[in-house]
Design a protein around this ligand. Structure first.
Ligand code: NAD
Length: 420
């Protein structure tokens, strides 16, 4: 592919796909990896993550050739548009990429670039691990009990973007259809109304749930919990749950067992190496993660539930400065922190780059660089234990030293070199 405004690094090779299904990668020793710093604090955390991840690669005998790509403000400056086609193409072509946050105006203005990117790349699983790093302050008594990973469906639900603004012809047409043709004639209050549609498909649900179960099996996890609000939204959220059980019962044989079968046939005793699939209602789940944290392992859930739940879990392990994530499609990974662009802190060399660095750790794991991933994670942990942290953690810790974003990144690099 010839790019117009993206500079291709002089060294490095592209990651290749080696099977027909397009989901098995051949990762060279020095891959070219696209990086999008993002808006707001993306200008601080992006370069910090870049430095730390490169050091992690080099300390394990490899390298990374970063290729800057653009969306949001930097794309408006360079291309005069928010999400240039070549940015999407570069991610697709290189298979593995990392991005910082992108600003989305609330209410009016353009639609979320993050949602658009996920749609255009069909990265259907938003994966957010929540584990506690030693030394990170937390609002709960035993943060170490949390070791969960949330698979959030990323392409449908009320996030799909099918909605009509109050006062438009479109909303009027949909309202008339719902009331006159479908017979829901006494539900929508009179006056102005905005309407959205919540599609939950069998295809979208099953591929997400399969991915969560595969992950649980590959990583020796005990359970996959389907989180839904199916008691109220029976034909969308309830169906998500039912399709989940269908996948579990029909596609995996004895390695996957439902919670009902576990009790009916085995008196609750879990067979070795098997994954138990159960389900919880979303509101209850927000309590469960606080009160019975250790009971949960892998979560598979719809888009909106997953957004709420993973942010709440993120708070328990130290907040937005820490919480990593990645979007996965078939043979595609776009890593990104959970947090947004926090505009009031932008460009101050102040915020915590850990979330973006740990998103890079997820990306390394996907590339099969387990040693580099573990090394970076250990070096981050070591740095935090030593009390050298950014402002968000420093203010919650006794005797800690407040570092700038860039100083903290350098400290992690020193620890990578010492631990390697
Ligand atoms: P935000 O995550 O940007 O910030 C909320 C608060 O969290 C900040 O004020 C700050 O106190 C704290 N915080 C966030 N990241 C931090 C870090 N790395 N270190 C220390 N503290 C940190 O959420 P918001 O204010 O709701 O959103 C701001 C913008 O970001 C909006 O335009 C929103 O649409 C966008 N956003 C983008 C993404 C994404 O790109 N994936 C995700 C969420 C929000």
């Amino acid at each position: 592919m010839v790019y117009n405004k993206i500079e291709i690094p002089e060294e490095g090779e592209k990651i290749a796909v080696v099977n027909e299904e397009g989901d098995e990668l051949d990762v060279p020793e020095n891959p070219i990896i696209p990086i999008l710093h993002g808006d707001g604090i993306g200008t601080d955390v992006g370069p910090a993550a870049q430095t730390v991840l490169k050091a992690g690669a080099q300390a394990t005998g490899r390298d990374v050739s970063w290729m800057r790509i653009y969306a949001g403000e930097t794309a408006r400056e360079k291309y005069g548009e928010n999400l240039p086609q070549e940015t999407v193409e570069a991610i697709r072509e290189h298979r593995v990429a990392i991005k910082g946050p992108l600003t989305t105006p609330v209410g009016a203005g353009f639609r979320s670039l993050n949602v658009a990117l996920r749609k255009r790349l069909d990265t259907y699983a938003n994966v957010r691990p929540t584990y506690h790093l030693d030394g990170v302050p937390s609002p709960v008594k035993s943060p170490g009990e949390m070791d969960m990973i949330t698979f959030r469906e990323n392409t449908e639900d009320v996030y799909a973007g099918i909605e009509w603004e109050a006062g438009t012809d479109g909303v009027q047409q949909v309202k008339e259809f719902v009331e006159e043709e479908m017979g829901f004639d006494d539900i929508i209050h009179p006056g102005a109304v905005g309407i959205g549609v919540k599609p939950i498909t069998e295809f979208g649900s099953k591929r997400l749930i399969r991915r969560a179960i595969d992950y649980a099996l590959e990583h020796g996890r005990d359970s996959v919990t389907l989180v839904h609000k199916g008691n109220i939204m029976k034909f969308t959220e309830g169906q998500f749950r039912d399709w989940g059980y269908e996948v579990a019962e029909e596609e995996y044989g004895s390695e996957v067992i439902t919670e009902d079968t576990l009790w009916e046939e085995r008196d609750g005793e879990q067979p070795d190496n098997a994954v138990v699939v159960n389900d919880r209602i979303a509101d209850n789940m927000l309590q469960q993660v606080l009160t019975r944290t250790g009971n949960y392992d892998v979560i598979a859930t719809t888009n909106l539930n997953g957004d709420y739940l993973s942010d709440a879990c993120g708070a328990q392990i130290g907040g937005l400065g820490i919480a990593p994530g990645a979007n996965f499609g078939d043979g595609l990974c776009l890593a990104e922190p959970v947090h947004g662009s926090a505009p009031k802190y932008a460009g101050q060399d102040k915020v915590n780059p850990t979330a973006m660095i740990l998103s890079g750790v997820l990306m390394f794991e996907y590339m099969g660089w387990m040693d580099a991933a573990q090394l970076v994670r250990n070096a981050v942990e070591e740095t935090i234990i030593s009390g050298q942290v950014t402002y968000d953690l420093e203010r919650q810790l006794k005797d800690a030293e407040k570092l700038a974003t860039s100083e903290y990144a350098r400290e992690i690099v020193t620890n990578i070199e010492q631990l390697a």
